[in-house]
Design a protein around this ligand. Sequence first.
Ligand SMILES: [Zn+2]
Length: 330
Amino acid sequence: MARLALGVDFGGTKVLASVVDVDTGKVMGTGKKKTDSTDGPEELMQRIFDVARKAAGKAGTEMGDITGVCVGIAGQVDVERGILVGTANLSRSVVDLPMAKLLKDELGIPAIIRNDVQIAAAGEFRFGAGKDIDDFVVVFVGTGIGGGIVRNGEIVAGSAGNAGELGHTTVQVGGRVCGCGAHGHLEAYASRTGMTRAMLGELRRGRKSVLSEMMPDLDPADPAVAPFKSGMIREALKLKDEMVREVIDEGGTYLGYGLANVVNFLNPTRIILGGGVIESVDAYFEAAETSTRKQALAHAGQAVQIERAGLGDFSGVIGAAVLAADAATS
Ligand SMILES: [Zn+2]
């Protein structure tokens, strides 16, 4: 019989849950919902319970036949105690939430929690672009930027569970304010959120762009504008939009600065890049690769392999399921 586990990936725009056959990596059933940054702790947990049950239903299985659940979430996670300490980009009212216990109480199966990029690293390691090596870094670009490190075949969690938080490393002294409150962090420049802010700034200055035609109701001065979708950015580039091209080149270049730091500091064999903007916007990926190789030490910068993630949107849920099964059987 297939060994099934439940993986949940709680990101900046959506929460995805899948029941996964952890021996083959096959996704058996999936549930998906939008996330809402105004969620309190109850709403946030309810969103997870809903997608978890939906995934089990789609997979045609009962919760009791699932070995365990792991939720990966974009935030600071206390892995040992199963507590979500806080999140910079999701709900700010959620602090010290005992997620693992709440999951176990509600779903009745063993539960663990991890950082969202660590689950993606686990997925890529077991079944994706890292399955042939045991030494790589994954970086996911979305509303924020997260990184995960695999070293000697193990995911490096760090003493507080935050290893790989590349988005919150500094690339500009005294630079833009980041979602976490500090200045000049990478994700304030190279994430979809950061690049959207830069594009809105250009629109406010009166720059012409097809974005104004694509979104006739857009108010560039509204601080609550949601990060632009990768598909729309790709569309604007196809229409040769100069302003969008500049911002994407700049964002990709900043990402390369961050990655060059990773290359010089860890000297990994491979960097695996994922997330919507990486997958669908070639100019961004290319700018990041070029500036990584230019900024890094010559030999390491030329030697490092830079590839796109192999599991697309499912890196996180597959990795989470693998970790849940490993934890439940160890
Ligand atoms: Zn930050």
